[in-house]
Design a protein around this ligand. Structure first.
Ligand code: CTP
Ligand code: CA
Length: 227
């Protein structure tokens, strides 16, 4: 890219993005999942690629198309998502947008569970790996690590806690308490929470949030070489 060519500000940068939900099987026909359309994560992957980044998108099951210009790894479970993210490292940045299921069934039944006259089956759950925290505190940590937080209460306090706990440089905090229909909708009102402070962005289309975040990432990566 030409010096100062802002249109390709991420040329030569490798970036990993997670998107969508994960599905944790209970038996061959049932699963545990979070609500997620994948729209925001996919838009971010596309926006990063549009300004020159070499993007690997690790996506859980979604009904939207793969974004153009991006290399996509399709996964089902949190453990598969973590493995695919690790495969995509080293990278200059990683952005964790996926709505990962916090728990999975301790045991997956090989055959469909059948209703019976007895009580419903008790589901024993076990915690999934935290993909962001694993990478954020791991040996292959990208220089820039960004997480998302969808909260219904104490948005900014929760986001700050996640920043520290997960070893992230920034948390994009998203208030999902309202009736705006953020989940699955086209618009988002976010705050960018970093160690330096909080930036409030106006209500924007998810595609515009993605463009601004890509520009923000480019700015951060163009800075000093040590995090
Ligand atoms: N995340 C992750 N792996 C998980 C859980 C979360 O990578 N197993 C990432 C999400 O992609 C997001 C960030 O961590 O970038 C915050 O996710 P969130 O669900 O808000 O945080 P949790 O730590 O799971 O806390 P809780 O759901 O209890 O609010
Ligand atoms: Ca969670």
């Amino acid at each position: 890219a030409l010096l100062g060519d802002r249109s390709q500000a991420l040329a030569g940068k490798r970036i990993v993005v997670t998107s969508g939900p994960t599905h944790e099987p209970i038996d061959p026909v049932r699963y545990i999942a979070n609500r997620s359309s994948g729209r925001q994560g996919h838009a971010i992957a596309a926006a990063l690629a549009a300004i020159g980044a070499e993007v690997t998108l690790v996506s859980g099951p979604v009904s939207i198309a793969d974004p153009a210009g991006v290399s996509v790894r399709h996964v089902e479970t949190a453990r598969e998502m973590l493995a695919a993210v690790r495969d995509a490292l080293p990278a200059d940045a990683a952005i964790f947008v996926a709505a990962v299921a916090d728990w999975r069934a301790e045991e997956t039944a090989a055959r469909k569970l059948k209703k019976s006259a007895d009580t419903p089956p008790a589901l024993a759950l076990t915690e999934n790996p935290d993909i962001l925290a694993t990478i954020g505190h791991g040996p292959d940590r990208p220089r820039l690590v960004v997480g998302f937080a969808a909260e219904t209460d104490d948005l900014l306090a929760n986001a700050r806690r996640k920043l520290d706990r997960k070893g992230a440089d920034a948390i994009v905090a998203n208030d999902v308490s309202g009736e705006d229909g953020v989940m699955g909708g086209v618009e988002n009102t976010v705050h960018i929470v970093t160690g330096e402070g909080i930036e409030a962005w106006p209500k924007l289309d998810k595609s515009e949030v993605a463009r601004r975040l890509a520009a923000w990432v480019a700015e951060r990566l163009s800075g000093k070489e040590t995090a």
